[in-house]
Design a binder for this molecule. Structure first.
Ligand code: SF4
Ligand code: SF4
Length: 281
């Protein structure tokens, strides 16, 4: 099963839920893999502290140009929808930073003057801790999009057991890439006007993707009524809540885990596991 932990905005506690759920699942004896898909700012490792890390470069394909084969027909410049190639009358300029690796240019080139070549844009890190297999995508600072590396991280999901993907915040292409194909998207939110606004956006995206959706309310307490009313109207089940507790914030600030340091909240994650498993709480 693949569950994606998503949120319409940053700072709702998405990573906290993902890592605590992973550790709780492993403690319950489940085979579990944690995927950090927030490739522009991965932070699950801070809390999980994986060991035995292996680093593997991740590359996308961009065109390499062989001038001696080119007759400057201009077709490559015409086919590129991303302005990543400028075909001049006596040269071809390539802008790999904006290339989307669609392959159109080397497909249309009649003289084989363009060939796909790897361009490293990040790395995949793998390790494990506390019975949790860990995979992280990390985009090189300054690169244009994390989507290809997120897709690669998703390909590392385990075939069996539970895979938990920590999605990038927001509702743009990176979040969609992380959520696509999930069995469940767990939308983490908080009972504030901003939290509700962004939950609505994220819930709409997950619905458009045809994904099963559920909600986790973090920092629950004041202002929860409007949030619960929205969830009820939208048919969104609330699968877990953590109260607005200063001690939880302190655990987070110290890079700790709630399941370790606040054991009375362990039940929240055990109940969430039961929900994912389809068992009654
Ligand atoms: S399509 Fe090929 S041959 Fe034509 S300008 Fe581009 S690189 Fe040169
Ligand atoms: S691979 Fe696609 S996006 Fe990249 S330069 Fe070629 S046509 Fe443009």
């Amino acid at each position: 099963m693949l569950v994606t932990i998503a949120s319409g905005k940053g700072g709702t506690g998405k990573t906290t839920i993902a890592v605590n759920l992973a550790v709780a699942a492993a403690a319950a004896g489940l085979p579990v893999t944690l995927l950090d898909c927030d490739a522009e700012d991965p932070d699950c490792h801070i809390f999980l502290r994986p060991e035995g890390l292996t680093l593997e470069p991740f590359a996308v394909e961009v065109p390499a140009f062989a001038r001696d084969l080119c007759d400057f027909c201009g077709r490559c410049g015409e086919v590129c929808r991303f302005n990543a190639i400028a075909a001049l009358k006596d040269d071809v300029l390539i802008f790999p930073e904006v290339c989307h690796s669609c392959g159109g240019c080397w497909e249309v080139c009649p003289r084989g003057a363009l060939k796909p070549a790897p361009r490293v844009v990040g790395e995949i890190r793998r390790g494990s801790a506390r019975g949790v297999a860990f995979v992280e995508g990390r985009l090189t600072v300054g690169e244009r999009t994390p989507v290809p590396i997120i897709r690669e991280v998703k390909r590392r999901a385990a075939k069996d057991g539970l895979t938990i993907a920590d999605a990038p915040p927001g509702t743009a292409c990176p979040m969609v890439a992380a959520a696509r194909g999930s069995d469940v998207v767990l939308l983490v939110t908080e009972p504030t006007p901003f939290g509700l606004y962004d939950l609505k956006l994220a819930a709409a995206v997950a619905r458009e993707l045809g994904l099963r959706r559920a909600v986790f309310v973090n920092r629950a307490g004041e202002g929860e009524e409007e949030l619960r009313a929205y969830c009820a109207a939208e048919g969104l089940e609330i699968w877990g809540t953590l109260p607005d507790d200063r001690r939880a914030a302190e655990v987070y600030a110290g890079a700790g885990l709630i399941v370790d340091e606040l054991p009375h909240y362990r039940r929240v994650f055990e109940d969430l596991l039961a929900r994912l498993d389809g068992r009654p709480e």
